[in-house]
Each structure stands twice: as structure tokens, then as C-alpha cells.
Design a protein. Sequence first.
Lengths: 252, 252
Amino acid sequence: MKKKIKKVNAAILIIGNEILSGRTQDKNIAFISNWLNTKCGITVNEVRIIPDVEKNIIENIKILSKKFNYVFTTGGIGPTHDDITAQSISKAFKLKYEYHKEAYEILENYYGKKKFNDGRKKMAKMPKGSKLIYNPSSAAPGFITKNVFSLPGVPSILNSMIDNCKKYLVKGLRVHSKTINLYTVESNISKKLGMIQKKFKRNVDIGSYPFFRLGKIGVAIVIRSISISKIRNVNKELIRMAKSKKIEILKI
Amino acid sequence: MKKKIKKVNAAILIIGNEILSGRTQDKNIAFISNWLNTKCGITVNEVRIIPDVEKNIIENIKILSKKFNYVFTTGGIGPTHDDITAQSISKAFKLKYEYHKEAYEILENYYGKKKFNDGRKKMAKMPKGSKLIYNPSSAAPGFITKNVFSLPGVPSILNSMIDNCKKYLVKGLRVHSKTINLYTVESNISKKLGMIQKKFKRNVDIGSYPFFRLGKIGVAIVIRSISISKIRNVNKELIRMAKSKKIEILKI
């Protein structure tokens, strides 16, 4: 077994005009981020959404692959002219863009020799030396090039593939979280909350998010840490704060 | 009236651990991007999501404000310890972080002198020389510092404020779009689609997005351009392609 290292991070690079233009509501960011944290102990530290433009993809792959342990891209690996992720990553890493033998076989087998047209063949082309991420829903595989994992943009297909990334990832420590919902406004607790965050400043993150529910205003306090005992201690302080300020705690 | 310039672009910077961790599904990107395009003719060219960390905010504000005509930030302008957008932008632009007189008056008036505590006062502090973006839902204003527009993270509040940004923006030409939905698979049309994109390469963008509806697989082709007549011409070619390939067009 590999030794667990403390902090492993990742970036997500969403490639697609449809997300950038607001036409399509992204669903992949939250899914990938949750999966990475809960299944692999990997924290997403940055997300970028960029257009289907080669220059932009190359530039961002270069920057993010240096800055983070892993990069997950979504989108641009289908058969159409606007699918340029594979050739752009090849250029970013100065690798040949060529047919992957196994991917070619998988796709030829899936479509049948007669129906294996140029568009479909394109999905077997990727940066030289890439490893495949198998696709149980629609055959066309994703691929891993150095520390970059390329997945499709369609959420249902991406979701079906993500577990196949797991064996290639070095695991880190999972960030746990606990949420406490208070019927109050942020400005009523901001001072005390800041004091609690200061007291527990090492490796605990306290976030505060207003919400509206059934006509009432509240604040969700989210405690995040790799240490469950630290979360428990912060939670105790928050309950104490709520009681002393006579704030109702919402049970969910 | 200001003369319309051809291309005006923007970036969106989402500041918040809750989005990055996957806890909260972002809704602001699609909303801001749609609003900028339809109401102001401004195209969003890049989105970044970063944590509530001063160093990251400063770095991204510096880069994005140079690279794009406008930057829209969301999140981190409330009263709690994790709200550090205003002071970080002050540092990015080397501006004093101080009380904005009018913002102070608005908030003091809203809460009443007795209830105007430190957390609430904090929301009146911003980079020196900022202009206010009025907030009809919860008083605390957003602010404009150079070409950076800072809005809150709560979608309902952001939505209520965005029209107040309009008068400060130079308008560009709106990108129009038309979608045609075909009951086919991408790889069946990818070659022809590429040829049509090549033919209309100047200022028309053809995107192809698979969908699943009522158990049937289809492809949404989105044509985007500032020229409505070019969109019409591409649309005609797509209908011709569908007919020649006997592909059913989905009427919505």
C-alpha cells in the first residue's frame, strides 16, 4: 500500500463554450470535487472554465499541470470539429497526437468495422503514451496524459467513468465537514465566529453561508478539517455560542 | 450615446470554498454570463473559482483585470471572518481599505444606529475610490474598483443587484444564438459539421452537444454569432444536412 501523504490537490479545467456562455448549467465541478475529496482525499484548489480554443487550452494545461498534483479536464473529447482537447494537450506537452491502439480496438469493436467512420476514429486519437480511462456507457475512453485526466463533458457519461480514475491517483487525507444551521443573520455572529476561527486557526476552516428557508433567514456554518476531533471541538463552541445568544439551531 | 465597440469581454471570479469543495452548486456563472451577453453585449471569456485565500484573490484580480475588459467577482463581501474580497482587492490595486461614506450611511440607516455592530460596519469598508452597486434586497452594496465589479455570492441577492451594474459598462455587440436539435449521434454528422464550420469560419461558432431525451439520443447544434444573417445561413445548411441524411429534427 502506498503511504498516505497529507495534502494532495487538483484543479478542474472545464473546456466548453456552452458553459462559458451560460447556455448550459455546469454539473461536473461539484461532482468531481466531491468525488475527489470523499473517495481519494484530494482537494480541488482551483477551477477554470475556458472556451474551445486551442491556444487557451494549451496555456491552461501548462500552467495548471505544473501548479497542482492533478488536473481534471472535462469536455472536448467527442467526434466533432469543436472537440480539440486531445490535440491541444498533445501540443501542451509536445507529444505526438496519434491513434491509441487499444482505444482504436475498443471503438472499432463497439461501432463495427463498417460504421467506424472518421468522426468515430478521431475519438481514438490522443497524446502518445496516454493511459485509458474506460467508459462503460458509450465506449469512447477518456485518457490520462502525465498528471492530466481528460473526461467527457456529458455529466452522465463522466459520472459512469470517474471510478476508473481511482487506481491512478495517489490518495491524500480526506477533508471532513460538519454543518450547523442557525436561525440568525451573519452580522449577529460574525465577531464571535472570527474569534473561534482564530482559536482553531490550524487546519480548521470555518465557512459561513446565509440561507433562506420557509421564509426564515439563517446561516449555515460549515466546519471543514482533516481532523474529526477538531471539528467536534469547533462544533461544541458553536453550540455554546448559539445558546449564549439564544439562537435557534435548525435540526435537519 | 457611446459608440458600440465590437468586442467587449469579461471574466468571472468566483471566490468561495463552498463552491470549490462541491458543497454548493454554483448558479451565478450561467446567470452573469447570460445577463452580460443579452443585456450588454459582453462575452465572458474565462471563469475561475478560487478559495477564500487572500494571496489567491490578489493574484487572480491582478491577472484577470489586465487580461479582460471587466472582471466580475462573486462572494466574500459579507460580515464574517471568511469575507475577505474587499481587503484583497484593495491590496491587489494598492488602494487604501477604508469606510465608504455613502455605504456606511446606507448600512447605518438600514440597521439603525444601535444595531450597527462591527460585522455590519465591515460591509461598508472597501477599496478607496470604489463606486457602489446598490442592493435592493439586503442593503449591503457591492462595489466597483477600477474594472472589477464585486457582487455577493447569494444568487437571489446578486440577481437583484446586477441591473445596477449596467450604467457603468461599455456595451458591445450581442452574440445571438440558435439551437437546432437533431435525433442523431455526433459521429454521424461530425464530418459535415466540420465542413460547414470551415465554410463559415469567420465570426460564426458552431457547437455540438449530445443530449438524452425520453430515452432517445440527440445532438443540439448551437450556432452563435453577432450576425443574425450568418446564423440563418448556417441554419439553412444544417437543415439541408439533416434532410440529406434523413435525420429527424426535434421541434421544441
